[in-house]
Ligand binder design. Sequence first.
Ligand code: SF4
Length: 331
Amino acid sequence: MDNRKRIFSAMRPTGRLHYGHMAGALINWVKLQDEYNCFWGIADWHAMMSDYADPGRLKDNCYEILLDWLAVGVDPEKASVFVQSHVKQHAEIHLALSMITPLGWLQRCPTYKEQILNLQNKDLSTYAFLGYPVLMAGDILLYKSFAVPVGEDQSAHLELTREIARRFNGFYGEIFPEPGTLLTPAAKMPGTDGRKMSKSYGNSLQIAEDMDTIWGKVRTMMTDPARERRTDKGTPEKCPVWDVHKFFNKDAQELSEIYEGCMTAGIGCVDCKKKLMVHLSEMMDPIQKRRTEFAKQRDDLKQILEAGAARARAVAEETMADVYRAMNLLH
Ligand code: SF4
């Protein structure tokens, strides 16, 4: 019995993860698993909500994301790692919470409008897509999570979950604690074109990519646009390569030399990028070795997911028993 405070977080299995996922979430997950009873979900139902017309890679993507997690250091002995649809209570709680969630809350949800605009190549005018915040709330409340790890810029997203919990508790009694936020410093990880790193922009450095591939991308990565020639002085704050340096380069002395060198044109961008590659390799080589090893053991991966789902189910069954009792369903 794990008596530590519970926290839940999840990622949608829509493809391989990139350095932005690592910087923004996974490295933090690895720390949290030592302190809290963590439930890390591979949110396949959430992936279905936007990709229902083309689920061909869904199963493979669940394994890809699991490999990325394990490679970075998510430890299935310390945290419950599972696929959302393997714990049927996620679907049950979604239905229960949908009874009490006013339509207007969902229609007004800013992320709903934003996603509809961003994903115009998909028909998202479905019942399920409108209700995705209800499933998200259910995911969190199912584990009576005391908090959810979120980046500094995302804490507003949790508010709807709290409102749904309050409304449920208002009707049926205090069943759900309102989850707080476990703020993580937002590590800025730009993509190769300087925009936010994202698979859909085609600007990402993937965790699974070997260092030759990464160098091919870093070599052509955007720098401070004002530094057209080697002799031009630069401003590191205007350079995405600098942001990546700040995350991966732990050598304070070298960082300050690069900063100074950039400002005075003492260092060229190619040399700056080569220095970055040394630090990327240092961090990513062991991660990639682990990923390759785990990828050979498909049966072990299945077992990790089965064991994680069993642990998640034990908590989820208790919560749903509370929910059915509170809603006065005959059980
Ligand atoms: Fe960016 Fe480095 Fe070039 Fe400066 S020297 S502009 S920090 S790549």
